[in-house]
Design a binder for this molecule. Sequence first.
Ligand SMILES: *Cc1c(COP(=O)(O)O)cnc(C)c1O
Length: 809
Amino acid sequence: MYTVAAILSIIQHDDRRIYDEEQEISELAYDSRKIRKGANSLFFALKNVRDGHLFIADAYRKGVRSFVVSRKDIDFASYGDANFIVVRDTLSALQELAGFHRLQFTKPIIGITGSNGKTIVKEWLTQLLQPDKKVYQSPKSYNSQLGVALSLWNLSAEYDYAIIEAGISRPGEMSVLENMIKPDIGIFTNIGLAHANGFASKDVKLKEKLCLFSNCDTVVFASQYGIRSLLPAPTRKFSYGQEESDSVHILQTYEKGHGKTAIQIAFGEEVATLTVPFQDKASLENALICVTTLLLLGYPLKTVGHRLSALRPLDMRLQLKKGKNNSSIIDDTYSNDLASLQIALEFLYQQRQYKQKTLILSDMEGLNEHLRSKLASLMELQQLDRTILVGKGIFFLEAHIKGEVLLFETTEQLLGALKDMSFGNETILIKGSRAYHLEDVSNLLSAKSHETVLEINLKALEHNLQTYRSMLPPDVRMMAMVKAFSYGSGSYEVANLLQFNKVDYLTVAFADEGAELRQHGIELPIMVLSPDERAFETLVSYQLEPEVYSFRVLYALLHFLTARGIEDFPIHIKIDTGMHRLGFLPEELTKLSEVLQHSRQARVRSVLSHLAAAGSATHKAFTEEQIRLFVDSTAFLRERLGYDFIRHIANTSGIAGWPSAYMDMVRLGIGLYGIDMSGQLSLEAVGQLKTTITQIKELPAGATVGYDRKGVLQRDSRIATIKIGYADGYDRRFGNGVGEMSINGQTVKTVGSICMDMCMLDVTDIFAHEEDEVIVFPDLLKAAETIGTIPYELLVNISSRVKRVYFYD
Ligand SMILES: *Cc1c(COP(=O)(O)O)cnc(C)c1O
């Protein structure tokens, strides 16, 4: 804990308003929604996508009394009993504080960077060191300017090592991270092409990454990446590879079968053969960098070999799955520590589809007095209906938890008891360490599936939302399109995330979709694009707001509202400015305004139109004309109606290319789901359709594959049958070599026709095994182009029988 007085002496500031210098600070906050322990939190008003200064009042209401701000125009008087520290840049101040805290830690800090594998290497190293060391690791992928600062803040003296991941997206960022982390040992995982944008070239990016090592004693790396000469001369270089200068020599590697690989290495005088339970290139690289690090830390080769053979592949991601009996399962069973528990709990509160909340929590490794008391105070703040504790070591929590608590000494006992317990209409967070294998519990509670899944990365969706938001002036509102199952990505799971991220409006196509959202915790206003007359009742009961596009719909609605005695019902007027799909034509507006003026049943909440070709340079003049017509039409309606409403016309391409179309609100659709038709933005892929190989066959040249013998083999081939077909939404036009998929990072083509539930791939030239994972659309834009369609269609065609699995990391 630091007092406010201590913090004042650590961070440089321009001004201060101090009420209580002795206030103790244990938590750093930057998101007012996530504040749990207000009084002991120091709130940093960061200028992220949304200006944190706007949330000071909210944080204050949640008990926060200490703030770091960069604006002086705050009404300090209305927060009379609070401390304010005024700095030039709030993020730098947070980093300064984190950097100071780091210096209090005297044991080695290991800093990891590289293009890929950072998180896995961090997790594996922790796993390998854990038998005899206490390891602190930065949680999940907290590797950014903010994430690293927050990670460092949780360091405490009880750990033997800290492992901190550092990631960058812009030039200049690494030296800031270096200054905070000051790693003693550096690990460089590899160089890839990930996130190449934002940098002039790969070389520039590499040099920037290496900044992390400017003051390290030792750097661990693979010599194949040629970074030796780029490291500072005094740094000890501890590499693996096949060169003379390598500290760890790789003599040979060979496949051992059953998914294992043997690696013969020489270290000093010793030679040994290690077995790694993986075969793919990336896992082998990650494992070798861990081996090299352990040898550097002084572990005998024999111990390293022993621990390595027990490495397990990780699905470290927090997943949201459909459970049995109308429930949602949040599965986070790879590791368990305080920081990741806190993240998982935050996610639990964010997903509001069910009121009832259950936590299944296993014991954690390495809990001492200090951590036990932190854990207890974290649990005291939770609002859970039921908590199931597994493992004696955390039974003490029973006294600190509200609601029902059940205790089980082992996972086996819990599994035995599950069939007699009732689960349903609730969200269940399952959080456990590897040793407790709570994934068995998760599997029992999850709904069954066939093995083709559409993985939805909610973190990526959040990133895309923020990308578009950052392009808008702060007073422009955001409507998010969740029609058609959120473009195939699922309904309330996505909507809950959008609600949490404070979009202003949601839009669905039909009233039933809106009702479904209302039944799963969505309180945002919802617009319905196609309000059918038979669904008016649903609109009213679920507070859904119809788009009204013709006199037929308007009269029917007014008639219905009159019969029900409803007044001021919110409606949205659609004007046709050139799309010629739905909407009132400009010449109908006089009549429309007269009808509306004379009816108190409905009140116009917004007026909208749709751009027909905002993404196309060829039709620039047409788009300009649509915007002009819209401005005129809305001005006319505003004058006639005598009151104000929201105006909106821009869809995703409109946001990307037409600032003059922002008006009062924009409607974000496909961009949210990671597809940027403009090619200008760095969006992240949200959906990943995956399946597995069921069987592999060796077939001679001349053999044919599939129905009607369409796939004729020109050479001796290896053919893989995979579990996806046109019934899953994999279009038949992808057959016979048109479709490309990816296996272990390698591209393959289809052979023969696509069947209903299966199809075949030519894997002759690649490394592939039965049960390997297959990525169906490695490049969605390209896939759409090859069969002459657009990505929208591929996304929404993914069949509802394909299980949606959500994760957030
Ligand atoms: C679907 C839709 C949008 C969103 O379009 P994108 O191109 O996906 O951004 C916007 N407005 C209306 C009326 C729509 O139907």
